[in-house]
Design a binder for this molecule. Structure first.
Ligand code: NAP
Ligand code: MG
Length: 398
């Protein structure tokens, strides 16, 4: 059999621990036997990030800008324990944070739906994708404890020195206060990423804030989305047969619960933080959640939503058997291959991505799965496979 050829490389970002082990197994068993794989390889494993003073992370993000498509393995975000474990020169920043800042992107998280792993919400038939704005609000706040009576004001000092003031509260006793901000440019990028991704995946886009209460702050989000939609996307949405739908956040939550899924839900930073955990756990498993970072210019970086599965890795190091779910990492690869195929008009590559996803889903639906899924499946007497057996079982079907 001739291997599928690629014309443009995919940026490949290798990672850490158990997911790094799965990464190699996936390439060896599911990709390289079928594709003449062309990648520009960046080793984002913690040792190499430390070795290069994290330059490798910056380089991989710049390469992603250049080529347009990347696939990333989960990586360790160092904390004090990791600094000691790996003898790090410093506590390097989260690679995802660094890449997101360079690409100015929005993260879209989507559950992989299979028969036998049923969502807790019984009317959810199709995946719900969460898009979380990744800048500002309460995540970049300024807070104060107010010890006693006194006034708190917001003060804006323009560059010419003129001031505008707004009373927050006249305290009569102790209390608390919080100031937060966002930037119109960031909201615009968020909006464009969401509209592009909706067109790309041919799904309706929902957006919700609390604009009835927050008449300037949240209302600005609403207005920016509407203006960009009307000026740049309305016709494209009509042509694609999809909609942009704005509502109040409480109404959105109620509608989500009653919906059958199959749309993108754009959320402000805090709403996205909270709602993505609800959506992922209600759909069944973090190990079945994919994630893609989309820049407003249409650059894509695919990954699994879960981490490096450290606990399984330590078992693996001790020579014990692991049953780690590789589905989200496989789908990160298929997402990247399909997008590369689309951009290069490489039909074979796109068809391969579809076949690999189908083989993966068929494997689970035939009752062959890793332990995490076996614990929650409605399929009777599932066959529990170890990490490698599961990937080999997919290869057989592929
Ligand atoms: P994690 O790697 O997501 O794993 C947490 C637990 O979830 C695991 O111990 C396992 O439960 C279960 N799990 C997650 N993915 C699984 C899979 N594919 N198959 C089977 N079970 C799975 O989170 P963590 O242990 O909190 O974080 C480990 C490292 O990952 C940290 O250093 C963190 O910085 C990093 N991280 C990276 C990313 C990223 O690169 N995007 C995201 C999050 C975390 P059981 O142990 O019960 O089997
Ligand atoms: Mg959270």
């Amino acid at each position: 059999m001739d291997k599928i050829k690629m014309t443009t490389p995919i940026v490949e970002m290798d990672g850490d621990e158990m997911t790094r082990i799965l990464w190699k197994m996936i390439k060896d068993n599911l990709l390289e036997p079928f594709i003449d794989l062309k990648t520009e390889y960046y080793d984002l494993g913690l040792e190499n990030r430390n070795e290069t003073n994290d330059q490798v992370t910056v380089d991989s993000a710049l390469a992603t800008k250049k080529y347009g498509v990347a696939v990333k393995c989960a990586t360790i975000t160092p904390n004090a324990a990791r600094v000691e474990e790996y003898g790090l020169k410093e506590m390097w920043k989260s690679p995802n944070g660094t890449i997101r800042a360079i690409l100015d992107g929005t993260v879209f998280r989507t559950p992989i739906v299979v028969k036998g792993i049923e969502p807790c919400v019984k009317n959810w038939k199709k995946p719900i994708t969460i898009a979380r704005h990744a800048y500002g609000d309460v995540y970049k706040n300024a807070e104060m404890k107010i010890p006693g009576a006194g006034e708190v004001e917001l003060v804006y000092t323009a560059q010419d020195g003129t001031q505008t003031r707004e009373l927050v509260h006249k305290f009569e006793g102790p209390g608390i206060v919080q100031g937060m901000h966002n930037i119109c440019g960031s909201i615009e990028s968020f909006a464009r990423s969401c509209f592009n991704y909706a067109l790309d995946t041919k799904q309706t886009l929902w957006f919700a804030t609390k604009d009835t209460i927050s008449k300037k702050y949240d209302h600005t989000f609403k207005d920016i989305f509407q203006e960009i939609f009307d000026n740049e996307y309305k016709e494209k949405f009509d042509a694609a047969g999809i909609e942009y739908f704005y509502t109040l956040i409480d109404d959105a939550v109620a509608r989500v619960m009653k919906s059958e899924g199959g749309y993108i839900w754009a959320c402000k930073n805090y709403d996205g933080d909270v709602m993505s955990d609800m959506i992922s756990s209600a759909f069944g498993s973090l190990a079945m959640m994919t994630s893609v970072l989309v820049s407003p210019e249409g650059v894509y970086e695919y990954e699994a939503a879960h981490g490096t599965v450290q606990r399984h890795y330590y078992k693996h190091l001790k020579g014990e058997e692991t049953s780690t779910n590789s589905v989200a990492t496989i789908f990160a690869w298929t997402g990247a291959l399909r997008k590369r195929g689309e951009l290069d008009q490489n039909q074979e590559l796109m068809a391969f991505a579809d076949k690999l996803e189908k083989a993966t889903i068929d494997t689970i639906e035939s009752g062959y799965m890793t332990k995490d899924l076996a614990l929650i499946t409605t399929i009777e007497h599932p066959t529990v496979l170890n990490s490698e057996e599961f990937i080999k079982e997919i290869a057989k079907r592929l």
